[in-house]
Design a protein around this ligand. Structure first.
Ligand SMILES: Nc1nc2c(ncn2[C@@H]2O[C@H](COP(=O)(O)OP(=O)(O)O)[C@@H](O)[C@H]2O)c(=O)[nH]1
Ligand SMILES: [Mg+2]
Length: 330
């Protein structure tokens, strides 16, 4: 077992901007070991008063759209603008093979050597709930360590984006130039979360297609938009850096606007409440499925549902009654 530090040692190190202790602290909050959870909770409690002072930006898009290239390119501009940048990459493929993370690390090498940048690939560890919990807590730790611009990169394939939306201030979707009407297989639910759509790879022979797509998307977004600040479309090239300065400017302007008009504060308060409910749901579900009475009966009841002798609702009610009875006798 690795030697554990005290919560004070972790907190003081993180507040002093010690990157190694920040990394260790993140490993701690990612841990699912019961022995680590208590220390992790204490660490979060100690860090919380020092967190919150950052712009949290989600960047998503299908594999190959250029997220890593884009983040490396825009990352240098963000640090040039005076920010300390943390990049958290949630990559579902990383749990199967470490290949993609290594690939990204090589590409992000230039940025990774900058002392104003902290890059952390987060293994998804199989569960979406795990992503939600440890990424939220990782954001807080990075903020406590003084990082004031946080990028959370996810692969735009579905459910993890909804979770990431709940923990960030700004949602950016990267798209490829071309076929505008079918939205490139991106789910409508994801399109509705967008604050900024960026059409990447607008270089060489792609420029015209990118401009056309931008027009189409802009009018499509216009009809979807439920947010106070209408979502925008921009085109850029992570390769030539064309369009990147404008995107950085837009992000800065957006952050200033939502900080000044109170939207940021309100949005984060709502996210805190949602976090509480998400945590409760997770705890209740654990409590239920770890209950002995449930563990011993669930298979038989599942078979009943499979065979059609029990209706799903009837089966669920039955399990709930076993659960309540067992709790009463405890
Ligand atoms: N032409 C062009 N290629 C790009 C651009 N951005 C990324 N690429 C290339 O697209 C491929 C996928 O990029 P990557 O950043 O790994 O995408 P990710 O999977 O979304 O992280 C790589 O071969 C990049 O070099 C761009 O703006 N223009
Ligand atoms: Mg990538």
């Amino acid at each position: 077992m690795r030697p554990r530090l005290t919560v004070e040692q972790y907190t003081n190190g993180i507040l002093a901007g010690d990157r190694s202790l920040l990394s260790q602290g993140i490993t701690l909050v990612e841990s699912t070991l019961a022995a680590d959870r208590k220390l992790a909770k204490d660490l979060i409690n100690h860090s919380m008063p020092h967190a919150g002072h950052s712009f949290r930006v989600a960047i998503t898009g299908v594999p190959g759209v250029g997220k890593s290239s884009f983040i490396e390119a825009i990352g240098s501009k963000i640090v040039e603008a005076g920010y300390k940048l943390a990049i958290l990459a949630i990559d579902p493929s990383s749990s199967q093979s470490r290949g993609s993370i290594l690939g990204d690390k090589t590409r992000m090498q230039a940025l990774a050597q900058d002392p104003r940048v902290f890059i952390r690939p987060s293994p998804t560890a199989g569960t979406l709930g795990g992503v939600a919990r440890s990424t939220r807590e990782t954001i807080l730790l990075c903020e406590a360590a003084g990082f004031d611009f946080i990028i959370v990169e996810t692969v735009g394939v579905g459910q993890s984006e909804t979770l990431v939306k709940q923990m960030t201030d700004f949602f950016m979707l990267l798209m490829l130039p071309g076929a505008g009407d079918e939205l490139q297989g991106i789910k409508r639910g994801i399109i509705e979360m967008v604050d900024l759509m960026v059409i990447n790879k607008a270089d060489g022979a792609n420029v015209l297609a990118a401009e056309l797509a931008a027009k189409e998307y802009q009018s499509a977004l216009h009809y979807l938009s439920p947010s106070a600040i209408p979502p925008q479309v921009r085109i850029c090239s992570a390769l030539t850096h064309q369009g990147l300065d404008e995107i950085v400017n837009y992000l800065q302007g957006y952050y200033n606007t939502i900080s000044d008009n109170g939207q940021l504060g309100l949005q984060r308060k709502r996210q805190q409440v949602a976090w509480m409910h998400a945590y409760l749901q997770q705890q209740f579900s654990e409590l239920f499925y770890e209950n002995n009475s449930i563990k011993t009966r669930i298979e038989a009841i599942e078979s009943g549902v499979m065979e059609g002798t029990l209706w799903p609702v009837e089966a669920a009610e039955l399990l709930l009654s076993f659960f309540h009875n067992e709790r009463k006798t405890q």
